[in-house]
Design a protein. Structure first.
Length: 104
């Protein structure tokens, strides 16, 4: 595929941030399944509502844009929600290995 100077790049309409991507997913796929794990089934709308509530809780606890938030948990739906909420706050996710021990 060749792109000339007058043509937009193929990714020109992609959201520029994770929160923008989530907003777009709700608009496009709101009532479709956005997360399925074991017995849990959430639509994109429900998922983003959880993320927004978690982001509000992070902000209420003092997390600000640019802060680093460490997440020490196995990869389950709660991990995904808090990681996306951290991005929504403008903070940075720092993943921690669940095999680490307390003194590490």
């Amino acid at each position: 595929m060749t792109i000339t100077a007058n043509e937009p790049a193929p990714t020109a309409d992609l959201p520029l941030s994770i929160p923008a991507m989530l907003s777009r997913a709700v608009i496009r796929f709101g009532d479709l399944e956005g997360m399925v794990e074991d017995g849990l089934r959430l639509t994109f709308r429900q998922l983003v509502e959880l993320i927004d509530r978690a982001a509000a809780a992070l902000i209420a606890s003092g997390v600000e844009a640019g802060d680093r938030v460490g997440i020490w948990a196995p990869y389950v739906q709660e991990w995904a929600v808090i990681a996306l909420a951290t991005h929504t706050c403008g903070a940075v996710v720092v993943t921690l290995n669940t095999r680490f021990k307390g003194d590490e």
